[in-house]
Design a protein around this ligand. Structure first.
Ligand SMILES: Cc1cc2nc3c(=O)[nH]c(=O)nc-3n(C[C@H](O)[C@H](O)[C@H](O)COP(=O)(O)OP(=O)(O)OC[C@H]3O[C@@H](n4cnc5c(N)ncnc54)[C@H](O)[C@@H]3O)c2cc1C
Length: 262
């Protein structure tokens, strides 16, 4: 699995200063606060216009911790990251795309992309069980061979239907038939955009599941990436290590909910 952050939060300091000047307000910044952290603080402060004399002595991290504690989490939605994930299984991406709120996805299409050379992501623990692994490897091979055979056998569909159906759609239909034999282990690539609030929820419910190492590894990689950009937004999360791999520990509110799912 490889995760890259391809887009991260940034601020336009000049535009912010123009806004503050027009409002006659002065904002005391916390030294070292990151663009993501400042964006959340700014959005929160605009709700109450708590600048200048109305600004409390709280640091940026304290201000954000207070927002989260109060449940005023919509301000966290202004901050987004975009990741590209490669070397992940379709089993994982199917679970990922169930997250409907605050996420956007763009995934490699099996209807357009030829999967003849697709890789398969070996599930965790299989390497310790040779008999199971041999059965798994056989199944992958059969699936790949069947995929190719179906594509080749259906190639004639293109000529047969070209008068009635657009060529592109015939090809889509052929690949749709062929892809139906590909397993959940098939490697996929997916672009994921998520805001900080949605990510916090995702990390809580997905980063703690004992029997899903692939999910835990990806959740931990996401947390590592976003924590580097915005430590204050994820201060109540940390990564621990179980014998098989990473696990996310959440110490904030709703701890019971996350533990019961885990
Ligand atoms: C341990 C575990 C086991 C699971 N097992 C299964 C399973 O066996 N079968 C299965 O199908 N799925 C399963 N899921 C997936 C799960 O049901 C969710 O689809 C997935 O986790 C996304 O969560 P969500 O809907 O809360 O997230 P999102 O869609 O991102 O929603 C975030 C939050 O917004 C609110 N929300 C979103 N949509 C609505 C709505 N329409 N109405 C009201 N409130 C809304 C809710 O508060 C929700 O929690 C499992 C998930 C976990 C973590």
């Amino acid at each position: 699995m490889k995760l890259e952050v391809i887009s991260r939060p940034q601020l336009d300091a000049n535009a912010i200063n123009r806004f503050l000047e027009a409002e006659g307000m002065n904002w005391r910044h916390t030294a070292g606060a990151t663009p993501a952290e400042e964006l959340v603080e700014l959005a929160g402060r605009i709700c109450y216009m708590s600048f200048g004399k109305r600004q409390s002595p709280k640091t940026n991290a304290e201000y954000i911790a207070n927002l989260v504690e109060m449940g005023h989490e919509s301000v966290l939605e202004h901050v987004c990251w975009t990741f590209v994930l490669v070397g992940v299984s379709r089993a994982f991406t199917h679970q990922l795309v169930r997250h409907r709120v605050g996420f956007a996805f763009s995934q490699l299409s099996q209807q357009y992309h030829d999967e003849t050379d697709a890789e398969f992501i070996e599930p965790a623990y299989l390497s310790q069980y040779p008999t199971a692994r041999a059965a798994w490897l056989d199944a992958m091979q059969v699936s790949k061979a069947s995929y190719r055979k179906i594509l080749d056998s259906l190639a004639e569909m293109e000529n047969k239907h070209k008068a009635q159906i657009d060529k592109r759609e015939i090809r889509r239909a052929i690949k749709s038939v062929a892809r139906s034999v590909l397993p959940n282990a098939t490697e996929s690539k997916i672009v994921v955009t998520a805001n900080a609030r949605a990510l916090r929820y995702f990390l809580r419910v997905r980063g703690t599941i004992p029997g899903d190492l692939e999910m835990r590894e990806i959740a931990a990689a996401m947390l590592t990436a976003v924590s580097a950009d915005a430590p204050a937004l994820f201060a109540d999360f940390s990564i621990d290590h179980w014998p098989d791999g990473p696990v996310i520990i959440f110490r904030g509110k709703n701890q019971a909910e996350s533990n019961s799912l885990g």
